[in-house]
Design a protein around this ligand. Structure first.
Ligand code: BEZ
Ligand code: FE
Length: 299
């Protein structure tokens, strides 16, 4: 008997099938595709053998993947969401963004980035009227030798206080997103909204899977960044709010300690950068210095 409590004869039958299916990819002209297909077969077969998958469980799995396909369209990508909640997106980020000196760490991209977000000046406001507490964000972009990176393109986007991104509304609004460029000293600053927690879309099959497994769809509060500059590695990341109780249970495993920042609360009568009138309401401020790694040759 093997570990799985099957006879040696049965184990051999199963292993022979793995070998036969792997061999069917032997003549794949592209060596990378060959490696991926053969290893995929090996890992998937090992999974089926390891859990001794029943035929009705296989049916359920197909039903689930079919539902994931059916709800996916131009606006909703349930496959990426599935990858996110299984930690596959973060594992791909880890494999492709090895630590380099003190370069800022990457995290998951998420589905809510939009090309062509409005351009704002340094000190401008990304909110576009979205509800939320004003938050002043400032910092410097440098390379790993500490040189300022001037003209870095900084894309920022976030959910509003109700927990929704603009693209989740059906009225075509553009809010809580923008891009700006760092100045000659690498400095940047803008007004945003103090991030608040929100659930990932959970009204589809991925949401049902989270519920069936006793998991929460909530993401820790965060503000998204994507920073690009010539000859430097593109950085896709977020900053998270220190003290947020969801930091340890982020539904897509995106939190990294180095990305958790102090958002300092300010009373409504504290003077604001640039003299912005916050109507006497509290606001917050955070500093995020960004360090970009050099790009690798194929980038
Ligand atoms: C987000 O942070 O916007 C996000 C990331 C992964 C899945 C859903 C949303
Ligand atoms: Fe997000």
């Amino acid at each position: 008997m093997t570990d799985n409590n099957i006879s040696a004869e049965q184990a051999k039958r199963e292993e022979d099938l793995v070998a036969t299916v792997m061999a069917s990819f032997e003549n794949t002209p592209d060596p990378r595709l060959k490696e991926i297909m053969q290893k995929l077969v090996r890992h998937l077969h090992n999974f089926v053998r390891d859990v001794r998958l029943s035929e009705s469980e296989w049916d359920k799995m197909i039903e689930f993947l079919t539902a994931v396909g059916h709800i996916t369209d131009d606006r909703r990508q349930e496959f990426i969401l599935l990858s996110d909640v299984l930690g596959i997106s973060m594992q791909t980020v880890a494999v492709n963004n090895e630590a380099y000196g003190d370069a800022t760490e990457s995290t998951v991209f998420g589905p809510f980035f939009v090309d062509d977000a409005p351009l704002i000046e340094i000190g401008g406001d990304i909110s576009g009227g979205a509800p939320g507490q004003p938050c002043w964000v400032e910092g410097r972009v440098t390379d790993t030798d500490g040189n300022p990176v001037s003209g870095a393109r900084i894309e920022v986007w976030e959910a509003d206080d109700d927990g929704f991104y603009d693209v989740q509304y059906s009225d075509g609004r553009t809010t809580a997103r923008a891009h700006l460029f760092s100045d000659t000293e690498g400095k940047y600053a803008f007004w945003a909204l103090t991030p608040t927690p929100y659930p990932i879309p959970h009204d589809g099959p991925v949401g049902k899977m989270l519920e069936a497994t006793g998991r929460s769809p909530m993401r820790a509060s965060h503000l998204h960044f994507m920073v690009t500059a010539p000859k430097l590695r593109r950085l896709v990341t977020h900053i998270f709010v220190a003290g947020d109780e969801l930091l340890a249970s982020d539904s897509v495993f995106g939190v990294k300690q180095s990305l958790v920042k102090q958002f300092h609360s300010q009373a409504g009568d504290v003077p604001t950068p640039g003299g912005r009138d916050v109507g006497g309401q509290p606001w917050s401020r955070v500093q995020f210095d960004i360090v970009l790694a050099p790009s690798t040759p194929e980038e």
